[in-house]
Design a protein around this ligand. Structure first.
Ligand code: HAM
Length: 419
């Protein structure tokens, strides 16, 4: 086959069946977990004023390097969303719902990244946020719901990593100490980390480069900079997770890629992906983001879980597999097609799934399509059946013999035959 002129852009994919059904099921499982805990769905636009996303922080790669932004026909500087949190906070400021505002959301995000396994330019997230409460139990609830969701998918190798970045002032003092430590070891850092250091000392801790590990190991620790309130909050979160029996590992190098985090940060690490892409999801507190978008001082915490990466982890663990779509019946009509038209409509109206062949093709050609359709049975209507008010039911998935039954009994027959 010749290469078509147009194909998907790098880092973007078409999702075809049965994978597309698995994507939908993924969001449904997530919606079930979120809604059973009182979270309600928010659907925000794919495109916002660039300024909304700039509030995430200029030192964040997704803002400074990876944004899909452009001027629209009205001259507005807009961007495709790189994440959901900033949009949700913008919506909070715009609508001012009562707090705590507990919401979930899902959909595609856009980041101009270098595509590789588990890293795409258009990817999907499911997201949970709570605005308006500083209770450590909210942190625990959020983290626990992500954990429960992974369990609902059947994943067993996910690890929960936990950290706290303290109050903004703690974080600032820590960053200053880190900067001077890394500056005094600048020559031993990798060239990439030296560049990172000039922009954001905290992000050097994120480096997975082998040569940086020993320098990072000797760096000041955030735990030594917590104010009493920050320490108490973090202890509350740990105690809550322990009370729920959720295992976690404290990782004080977990600073996450976005600048808005304060206090609790966490990540769900997959056991099977490369370390650079093993974050299946992550989140944290972002007290301050709502104010930066023009709202009142409002606490916030949430997470986003990457659908694409989580499904790769599901494939690696052999869970939450894509099932071929099944149909109850496939109608084969050799009398012209009108019978198929009516019968499929009747079956669908009765709550059965049914498809048919078109273009009045031969019995053999229609049976071929029936075989490919994944239907449990073919319902054959030829001139004999038509004359007798009957249909012939031919099983397609096993060798049970075919039978001819009265057409008026077909719906009952098919409903009883359902697994
Ligand atoms: P994030 O860590 O940037 O956080 O993204 C969350 C998850 O989205 C990642 O763990 C990963 O699974 C997935 N992801 C990110 N980039 C890509 C990509 N290029 N290709 C495939 N998957 C990707 C956030 O987005 C924050 N908004 C999370 C949050 C919510 N914090 C507080 N509330």
């Amino acid at each position: 086959m010749a290469v078509p002129e147009f194909q998907t852009s790098p880092g973007m994919r078409d999702i075809l069946a049965p994978e597309s059904a698995r994507w939908r099921a993924f969001v449904e499982v997530f919606a079930g977990v979120a809604e059973s805990a009182g979270y309600r769905q928010v659907m925000s636009p794919l495109l916002e004023d660039l300024g909304v996303f700039q509030r995430i922080g200029d030192a964040t790669d997704i803002v400074s390097k990876e944004m899909y932004d452009f001027a629209d026909k009205g001259g507005r500087h807009v961007a495709l969303r790189p994440e959901l949190t900033a949009s949700i906070c913008r919506a909070f400021v715009q609508h001012r719902p009562p707090t705590p505002w507990k919401v979930w959301s899902a959909g595609s995000q856009f980041r101009y990244e270098r595509p590789q396994r588990g890293r795409f330019r258009q990817f999907d997230q499911v997201d949970l946020e709570v605005l308006g409460s500083n209770d450590p139990h909210v942190d625990v609830e959020i983290i626990a719901l992500g954990w429960e969701f992974y369990r609902a998918l059947g994943l067993t190798q996910v690890k929960l990593l936990l950290n706290s970045l303290g109050e903004p002032e703690d974080r600032a003092r820590y960053v200053a100490a880190l900067r001077s430590y890394f500056e005094s070891n600048r020559d031993s850092l990798s060239p990439e980390s030296q560049i990172t250091l000039d922009k954001n000392a905290l992000r050097v801790l994120d480096s997975k480069r082998h040569g940086d590990a020993s320098i990072i190991a000797g760096a000041p620790r955030i735990v030594d900079f917590y104010s009493p309130d920050a320490a108490a909050h973090f202890e509350g979160v740990q105690a809550g997770l322990t009370a729920l029996g959720i295992p976690f590992t404290i990782d004080d190098t977990l600073v996450r890629g976005l600048d808005y985090y304060r206090h609790t940060t966490f990540e769900y690490a997959g056991g099977t992906l490369d370390s650079a892409q093993n974050a299946l999801g992550g989140g944290g507190r972002y007290d301050g983001l709502v104010e930066s978008l023009g709202g009142p001082a409002t606490h916030g915490i949430g997470f986003a879980l990457g659908l694409d990466r989580t499904l790769i982890a599901c494939d690696d663990e052999g869970v939450f597999t894509a099932e071929p779509l099944a149909l109850d019946a496939f109608v084969v009509d050799t009398t012209g097609g009108l019978e198929a038209l009516q019968l499929t409509a009747e079956l669908r109206a009765a709550g059965l799934s049914a498809d048919r062949a078109y273009e009045n093709r031969s019995m053999k050609a229609q049976m071929k399509v029936a075989d490919r359709s994944g239907a449990a049975v073919a319902i054959i209507i030829g001139s004999n059946e038509l004359e007798e008010g009957a249909v012939t039911v031919r099983p397609l998935r096993n060798n049970d013999g075919q039978q001819t039954i009265a057409r008026s009994t077909l719906i009952d027959y098919l409903k009883k035959a359902r697994p």
